[in-house]
Design a protein. Structure first.
Length: 375
């Protein structure tokens, strides 16, 4: 099971309704999970005299980061995020990324507060708190930006690194507020790269694209927090964990050493766009598609793929020659099996870039090139 790693909201959560090897967003209902999480909660204190700090920073192949200097450097930039609306609420984590008090977190951490009547606050590493406003949201990639009312003037900005240079086996450190326990630090390695992790959310699927997999302990409440390298530079935004179902098929809710972070090279430009415009700015295809169930394929003899339900007459799909009723059989070089393939294609491309689609119309197959447009 994969679930988001933020703290549990005090409402029934869809994050617990997951598939056998489950991915769960990091913000979960504390009341529903406390029992399971306490049994899984192991607190590990790692002491280091700092003598290996320079070597760890320079050699990404070292066994682990010198966690003490990393924590000293990064924790003042980390905040605990609380979001509420009415009787619903939850907590997660975030980091201060630019002057003016702008804070990067996960969308699922603050989604409960979106709309009328919602409120968001942040607590700094020294215990002080501030109200915050939602600047922009991108549910598709599970990212959001907040702005602290006090502009977070006394706190340092987190340093940005690059996820492109990460290597499997490289040590990393995760920082955040698992289970609401502020200023928590765990360490581990990059256990895999370039994962695609679809995570069920509250009425939406979050698409973690090119995700960083890590065995650094990540638990509910870590959502939106930082994954940093040994120099303390942000390389990922913690977003989800995998949990092992128990005998009843329900996930245990705690870390099993499979956490996933959104790569900073994807997160940073989206955050910049949210700060600039309040919107993520992903391009559009002008397509509305639906997966064709295997039973329908078998009963009708029609090809498997994505049924084109509607086409925006002024959009990119229409300009590429697609029509309602067409069946898309390939997205790029891959067989078309899920509508998520179209979504992911837009999330990984910019307006003006192209997408090759193969489709069938009246029994005849053809290929067209769709040029993505600005939203």
């Amino acid at each position: 099971m994969v679930q988001a790693d933020g703290e549990p909201p005090t409402r029934p959560s869809r994050w617990s309704r997951l598939r056998p090897s489950r991915l769960v967003p990091a913000a979960l209902l504390i009341g529903a999970l406390v029992g399971a999480l306490i049994t899984a909660g192991i607190f590990v204190a790692v002491r280091d005299d700092g003598s290996s700090a320079d070597a760890a920073a320079q050699d990404p192949g070292t066994a682990m980061c010198a966690a003490v200097p990393v924590a000293d450097q990064v924790l003042p930039s980390i905040v605990t995020v609380s979001a509420r609306r009415g009787g619903q609420g939850g907590t997660g984590s975030g980091q201060i990324i630019t002057e003016g008090g702008f804070i990067l977190t996960n969308d699922h951490v603050i989604s409960v507060a979106a709309g009328t009547g919602g409120s968001v606050s942040v607590q700094y590493s020294d215990g002080r708190s501030s109200a915050a406003a939602i600047v922009g949201r991108d549910p598709s990639t599970d990212l959001a930006v907040l702005k602290a009312a006090d502009a977070a003037k006394e706190y340092p900005l987190i340093d940005f690194g690059s996820s492109a240079a990460l290597r499997i086996g490289q040590p990393v450190v995760a920082l955040g507020a698992p289970l609401g326990l502020a200023s928590t630090v765990t360490s581990g390695i990059v256990s895999a790269l370039d994962r695609y992790v679809p995570v069920p959310g509250d009425g939406v699927t979050h698409h973690l694209i090119g995700a960083i997999q890590t065995d650094a302990a990540i638990n509910p409440g870590n959502s939106g927090g930082a994954l940093v390298d040994c120099t303390g530079r942000l390389v990922g935004v913690n977003a989800a964990i995998a949990t092992v179902p128990n005998a009843a098929g329900v996930g245990g809710g705690g870390s099993v050493g499979l956490g996933f972070a959104i790569p900073v090279d994807l997160a940073r430009p989206i955050a910049d766009e949210l700060i600039r415009t309040g919107r993520p700015g992903h391009p559009t295809t002008g397509l509305q598609v639906q997966e064709i169930p295997p039973a329908v394929v078998e009963a009708t003899g029609k090809p498997a793929g994505l049924f084109v339900q509607a086409v925006d007459p002024a959009g990119p799909a229409a300009k590429a020659g697609l029509k309602a009723g067409d069946i898309i059989t390939k997205v790029g070089d891959e067989p078309a099996v899920s509508s998520e393939q179209i979504v992911v294609a837009t999330l990984t491309r910019k307006a003006g870039e192209t997408l090759e689609l193969t489709y069938v119309r009246a029994g005849t197959s053809a290929t067209t090139t769709l040029t993505l447009a600005a939203p």
